[in-house]
Design a protein around this ligand. Structure first.
Ligand SMILES: Nc1ncnc2c1ncn2[C@@H]1O[C@H](COP(=O)(O)OP(=O)(O)OP(=O)(O)O)[C@@H](O)[C@H]1O
Ligand SMILES: [Mg+2]
Length: 306
């Protein structure tokens, strides 16, 4: 890959929610692929010790050096980026990947002296190397407040939150929001919540519909204003798991499926929202993410411990 061409206005987007199994990785992979289909250059950076994004592309553990080797200085950026030119992997058009592996669990121990005092800053410099080379860099985080997750919040421009229509998943947003607030307080002043993806939804279920309304309201700043929840809802479908088993995105395995089209619509919505942000050049959703929602909804406590 060329390293000397710096032209693109890169948006770094972290996928968040500390609860596991709420669709972060699926959304990350399918949204990047949808944007790739629109001709945007995308990089997915897997920051999870469970390497869900890496597995999603059918890549076996340890097949490539990736996040751990890069962040511990054992390898360089251009060597760890997996591209369409790599053999044994079939990435979708315009999508590149930095893989993860279990060894990421040992990251804190292995970090060099320069990161001992501020491990959460570990992605800031590597991302500087990447800015200009992609339209979008998606940071897929782990369901924990591990160093790479916090580092993603410290380095990103935007967060996209993911949730499913279940109480545990919606409650998990609370921890993610506390982390976002902490990241803003601790120096990442530019960080904005771009939106909330509600996925794995079976609209036939009454409870799912109630949860959809709850998320819609929870992320509405003022009555009458649009909610930060994306309008596009991603349906529950077996094609998601089936494609994963094949090590493919749904764009590769089921290009004409309804859910694939929903991710296409989501990609358009994401870009429209980014354009609106750029036009307004100011915060329309939230610089201080979601303050107190109504009492009968899930309470997002202000934390003082960061
Ligand atoms: N729209 C959908 N329809 C059906 N299944 C889905 C859908 N979206 C996600 N899933 C399934 O839900 C499970 C969890 O999704 P995913 O791995 O994306 O969540 P996650 O938040 O990244 O989890 P973790 O935090 O553990 O990494 C996966 O098995 C995935 O296949
Ligand atoms: Mg995941």
């Amino acid at each position: 890959m060329e390293t000397d061409v710096i032209t693109l206005d890169t948006k770094v987007i972290a996928l968040g929610n500390q609860k596991g199994g709420v669709g972060k990785t699926t959304n990350c992979v399918q949204l990047a692929t949808a944007l790739g289909e629109r001709g945007r250059k995308c990089l997915i950076w897997d920051l999870d010790t469970n390497f869900g994004a890496t597995r999603h592309f059918g890549i076996a553990a340890g097949a490539y050096w990736g996040t751990f080797e890069l962040l511990t200085g054992q390898d360089e950026m251009d060597n760890v980026i997996v591209t369409e030119n790599d053999e044994d992997v079939e990435l979708p058009p315009n999508v590149h990947l930095i893989t993860a592996d279990r060894n990421l669990e040992g990251l804190d121990k292995a970090l060099g002296a320069e990161h001992k005092f501020f491990p959460a800053g570990i992605l800031i410099d590597p991302l500087k190397q990447l800015r200009g080379r992609y339209d979008y860099i998606f940071l897929d985080t782990a369901p924990s407040a591990a160093t790479p997750t916090l580092a993603a919040y410290m380095a990103a421009d935007f967060v996209i939150l993911s949730t499913t229509p279940q109480t545990f998943a919606i409650k998990g947003l609370e921890d993610a929001i506390a982390d976002i607030k902490a990241a803003i307080r601790q120096g990442n002043k530019k960080l904005l919540v771009l939106g909330v993806i509600l996925s794995d939804v079976d609209k036939r279920l009454r409870l799912a519909r109630l949860h959809m309304d709850l998320v819609e309201e929870l992320f509405r700043q003022q009555p009458g204003q649009p909610s930060a929840k994306f309008e596009t809802i991603i349906s529950r479908s077996t094609v998601v798991g089936e494609a994963q088993k094949l090590g493919k995105t749904i764009f590769q395995a089921y290009p004409d499926h309804k859910v694939t089209d929903q991710y296409r619509a989501l990609a358009r919505e994401v870009e429209a929202r980014l354009e609106a942000f750029a036009r307004a050049n100011s915060v329309t959703l939230t610089q201080e993410p979601q303050s107190a929602p109504r009492e009968e909804h899930i309470k997002l406590e202000e934390r003082t411990d960061g």
